[in-house]
Each structure stands twice: as C-alpha cells, then as structure tokens.
Ligand binder design. Structure first.
Ligand code: SAH
Length: 397
C-alpha cells in the first residue's frame, strides 16, 4: 500500500531540509491518502521532491514530527531499535555511571526520538510519552528499552499538561517489570536522594541541575544559604556537604519540603543545620528583607515562567523581581546562583534581566560562571528548541 503523502506549501521546505523535526499545520498544503493520526507520512516539497518522513497528528499544532531524512530508512522495529540504542550508547560514552545512577537516557527530539523522554533512576526507568505517534508505539518502545537496559521495571509518568495538545489523556503506571518502591533511592556524586516517581515533579527529580548543583556547591563553604524554590532539597544537600554553615529551604509546596528534610537527614545532616520555610518566594524574600534577615548565598531555581511568547514579558518581570529580592538579602561578597528553565528566555536575555535587577538593587555584580544543561540533556543543533536551562553564579558586592 502506498504511503500517505504530505505536500508542503511553497517556501516551507527550508526547515525540513535543515533537519528541523517539526512541521506546523500552517506549512501543509495537502495530504494525499487517508492516514490515521499516528501513521507515518512521506513529506514532499511543493515541487514534489521527497524530503523526509515522520509521524502525523492532525490534532496537534505540530502536525508531523520527522523521524528520518534518509529515503532508504524505513520506520520499522529496527529503526526504533537503532534510535534507542544510539541514545543509550551516547549516555554510556559519557561515563555517568561513575558519578550517578540517575540521568536522562532519551531526550526526545534532541535524541531524534520526538515525543519520548526516558529517565533512569537506579534500577528503574521512567518514561513520558508526549505525542500520539509515541503513544501508538509505546508497547514496542517499552520492549526495546527493557531489552536494551534490563531494568527492574519501567514506569510511565505521562502527565496531563504535556499531552493535552496532542489530544491524549494522562497515562501512568507500570508498563514493564516490577512496581517501583514508594521512594526510589538514587545517588548523585555520592549524595543520596529519595525520589518519588509517582508524585514528584517531571519524572521525579531535577536531573538537569546535577552539574549546576556541583558547580554552585563549590562556592558555599562556611556560608548561610537560602535555597529558594528548593523542591526536595537537592541543592541543600550539596551545600551542607560542601561545608555550608546553614541552609534555609524555601518552597510553596509543603510535601516537597518534608522530602527535603528527609533527604538532608538521609545524608547525615542534623536538623539544626537546616530550616524549611513554606511560602511564596516572592513574598517570603520581601518578608526576610523587612525583618533584616541576611544570607551569604542565595540559590534561585524557579519553575518555568515563560510558556509562550505572549507570556514572555510577564515572565521577564517575574525573573527580574525574584532576582532583585534575592540581591537585597545578600551580604557584600555574597553568592547568587540564579537559574531559568524557560526556553523562551535566552541566556543573553537572562543576563540582561539579572543586570537590570542589580541596577535596581544598587549592587555591583560579577559573573563567576555561566551554567547550562548537562550532556545527558544534549542540544541538537537542528533543534534549538531543546535548549532551555541557563544559570549564572555571581558574586554580589
Ligand atoms: N532546585 C530544585 C528544583 C526546583 S523546581 C532541585 O534542584 O531539585 C521549582 C520549585 O519551585 C518546585 O518545588 C515548586 O514547588 C516551587 N515553587 C513554584 N512556585 C513557587 C513560589 N511562588 N514560591 C516558592 N516556591 C515555588
């Protein structure tokens, strides 16, 4: 049976030729044949030249996610096997095993497997199927992952917010092997963490901040640290292990703060070495200022503020405000480790935001280090959308 053909509108072939993996609905002239959503389609230029093939979903703004630009490469079981094998092998080459047993194995488009995220947590894999094309092939992909990685179990955590745009309901549960325990135990450079893969954020842990925690900790010996947006206290464990005097974890969610305390105890830190404060960081930082509370280091790792171009201005104001409040709390010579995981906020824009906050605070600031996402979250050159995490370690006078 002939494969369905999708013809692009004139002038829309350039990104495809440059191996960008997305085709937006506005670029499509017509589709020949009667493909179901999730099926493979052949993509042609307006002049009828074959360009690529990928999977279709008319319900999404991104109607096709491209899989191959090689006409000879069929999208069969061996294709998926090769893609998974390449992603897993790239992690083996990073030799992450010597520093951690928790890392990203498959980073979707950035690993040429659009819509699939797989994280390893010790003996378990946690996957997220973000698209219909992946959902339709989930059983095969789970089997291939089981064969390739031999985990104790594979757990799915495909949350609502990411799947809605694809017309999919959330999906969660054991997909292969055994049930993960209530808390999985992982280690990151020898620090131990409890991970709740069922209720935790993302797949359970902010794996993308591993190297940034390590870089930040190097500046924290002897300091009183404010760990704002602490989640389960990963920066706090690193800080105390590096010799910080005291850490305040601040988060708006009570349940993550009790996990933070549990992680600190697990790593042998006494309750006198830390404090957990529940509240909105924007308010609590202001309250600290008005009561004259000061810190020698502040870590700011807020959630994503910018979800679309329309929200970019508001997000920019949010980043500026939280950085301004943090600057007000720092002793001269203090450290500010500040992050943004909004892909729409470029590293350049982020630096300008921090500069604007420094101006308003009347503080002189030096950048000591620029931080980004780690190599298990690679940035594919033909998919710049995969670049999202940036950070600055600053000294504040
Ligand atoms: N630094 C953490 C990850 C932070 S994730 C780590 O390394 O693991 C962002 C956290 O910010 C989440 O735990 C979320 O509950 C919290 N959060 C979101 N909005 C907040 C607000 N307005 N004030 C305080 N915390 C907030």
């Amino acid at each position: 049976m002939a494969m369905p053909k999708l013809f692009l509108r004139p002038g829309h072939d350039k990104p495809v030729r440059r191996h960008h993996p997305w085709i937006f609905s506005g670029a499509v002239a017509r589709i020949d044949g009667q493909p179901d959503d999730g099926d493979i389609v052949e993509v042609y230029s307006s002049e009828g030249e074959w360009l690529a093939r990928g999977y279709l979903n008319r319900r999404s703004q991104i109607v096709v996610r491209l899989l191959t630009w090689d006409r000879e490469e069929a999208i069969d079981e061996s294709f998926w096997h090769r893609r998974i094998d390449r992603a897993v092998r790239a992690r083996t080459l990073l030799e992450l095993e010597s520093v951690t047993d928790a890392y990203r194995l498959v980073f979707a488009e950035s690993d040429w497997i659009p819509g699939l995220i797989v994280d390893r947590y010790a003996d378990f894999l946690v996957l997220q199927c973000l698209t219909l094309g992946i959902e339709r092939r989930k059983e095969l992909l789970v089997r291939l992952l089981a064969e390739e990685c031999r985990p104790a179990g594979i757990f799915e955590r495909s949350d609502r917010d990411m799947r809605e745009k694809e017309g999919l309901a959330p999906s969660e549960g054991v997909r292969w092997g055994g049930e993960p325990p209530d808390r999985l135990l992982i280690q990151e450079y020898g620090h131990r963490f409890r991970v709740d893969v069922r209720r935790g954020h993302k797949t359970g842990f902010y794996l993308d901040q591993r190297e940034n925690r390590r870089r930040t900790a190097a500046y924290l010996a002897g300091r009183r640290v404010l760990n704002a947006f602490s989640y389960t206290g990963a920066f706090a464990v690193w800080a105390l292990a590096a010799g910080a005097r005291h850490v305040v974890n601040l988060d708006s969610a009570a349940d993550v703060l009790s996990e933070a305390a549990a992680n600190l105890i697990l790593n042998g830190f006494p309750e006198s070495s830390f404090e957990c404060v529940e509240g909105d960081a924007f308010r609590v930082l202001r309250a600290f200022r008005s009561t004259g509370r000061r810190f020698d280091a502040v870590i700011l790792d807020p959630p994503k503020f910018a979800f679309s171009q329309a929200h970019l201005q508001r997000a920019t104001r949010g980043y500026k405000d939280i950085n301004l409040q943090a600057l007000h709390l720092l002793e001269p010579g203090g450290i500010l480790a500040t992050f943004s995981c909004s892909g729409l906020v470029s590293a350049d824009l982020f630096q300008k935001i921090v500069f604007a906050a420094a101006e308003d605070a009347g503080r002189d600031v030096q950048i000591l280090e620029r931080l980004a996402q780690p190599p298990d979250h690679p940035i594919r050159l033909s998919f710049p959308e995969g670049e999202y995490l940036k950070g600055l370690i600053c000294r504040v006078w």
